[in-house]
Ligand binder design. Structure first.
Ligand code: CP
Length: 306
């Protein structure tokens, strides 16, 4: 089902396929050291044209846990791109050195383009404001582990316009029996294309600008950072940069006691630091689950798992 498959957009996945990845991730989580040599003859290339801590390092960690190896383009200035080699040529060259490639790029659609010009499987590690499918798979894994993937109200709060993690997550959640509530400053609504997709597929959702209006009904609060780097005009960023903050007081006074707080990270000031040590916060658990999900994906794509 997944051998040699590209992982580009959550819109490419069926519910059955997602559930299978989550099942394999759960199998790996149970006995992670059972697979030490699973990919010991495989090489993964990492090409990150934007900063990353989690995506880059968790893919590396996942590959090493399988006995595989990683090569990394490194900083652009240290590659022959600096000498004027084209992006396309660079990609074609690196694809001859590896069995699989993970790419992050600031432009929407680049991962799809790369998948069309090379013969090895491509994993989209985030393309501009487009998609971040592996983040969504670990988000779904977290929801599953927390028993919050069916019959729950998921509030998605913050930068819905530019956050690729949100875009991927919304596509995926349309396949599950959940309610979605979008909470955002007026200038940061979901892109029209995603709203149109929801309407066309008759997916019910709520929208509001003030979290206090809806917090009592929320089971999962998925918080996002305002994506400063995506704003064409910095003044537009500063107009919304402090527009919301999830506080301990808000959750303790108004939210359900079993609400869980997710965040793809990195976070800045949108979640009060005091919340990190509370039972609501699951974002560091998400980070850990990212290893199992990315191990599952590598094993499936390389044909080592069915
Ligand atoms: N969540 C996520 O993509 O984090 P990084 O940008 O650190 O990879």
């Amino acid at each position: 089902m997944f051998k040699n498959r590209d992982i580009i957009s959550m819109a490419d996945f069926s519910r059955e396929e997602i559930d299978h990845i989550l099942d394999v991730a759960e199998m790996v989580e149970k006995n992670p050291t059972d697979y030490n040599n699973l990919l010991n003859n495989k090489i993964m290339a990492l090409l990150f044209f934007e900063p990353s801590t989690r995506t880059r390092m968790s893919f590396e960690s996942a590959m090493y846990r399988f006995g595989g190896k990683c090569i990394d383009l490194g900083p652009i200035d240290a590659s022959s791109l600096k000498k004027g080699e084209s992006f396309t040529d660079t990609i074609k060259v690196v694809s001859r050195y590896a069995d699989l490639m993970v790419i992050r790029h600031p432009a929407d659609g680049v991962a799809r383009y790369v998948s069309e010009i090379v013969d090895i499987p491509i994993i989209n590690g985030g393309d501009g404001t487009g998609q971040h499918p592996t983040q969504t798979l670990l988000d779904l894994f977290t929801l599953k582990k927390e028993n919050k993937l069916e019959r729950v109200n998921i509030g998605i709060v913050g930068d819905l316009k530019y956050s690729r993690t949100v875009h991927s997550l919304v596509y995926a959640l349309t396949l599950y029996d959940v309610e979605m509530t979008f909470i955002y400053p007026p200038s940061l609504r979901l892109p029209d294309g995603i709203i149109e997709y929801l309407v066309k597929n008759k997916i019910k959702y709520k929208e509001c600008n003030d979290i206090e209006e809806v917090i009592e009904d929320i089971d999962v609060l998925y918080v996002t950072r305002i994506q400063q780097e995506r704003f064409p005009d910095v003044s537009e960023y500063y107009a919304v940069s402090d527009s919301y903050k999830i506080t301990k007081n808000l959750l303790e006074s108004k939210a359900k006691d079993d609400l869980i707080l997710l965040h793809p990270l990195p976070k800045k000031n949108e979640i009060e630091k005091e919340l990190d040590e509370t039972h609501y916060a699951k974002y560091f658990l998400q980070v850990e689950y990212g290893i199992y999900v990315r191990m599952a994906l590598l094993g499936l794509i390389m044909g080592a798992f069915e």
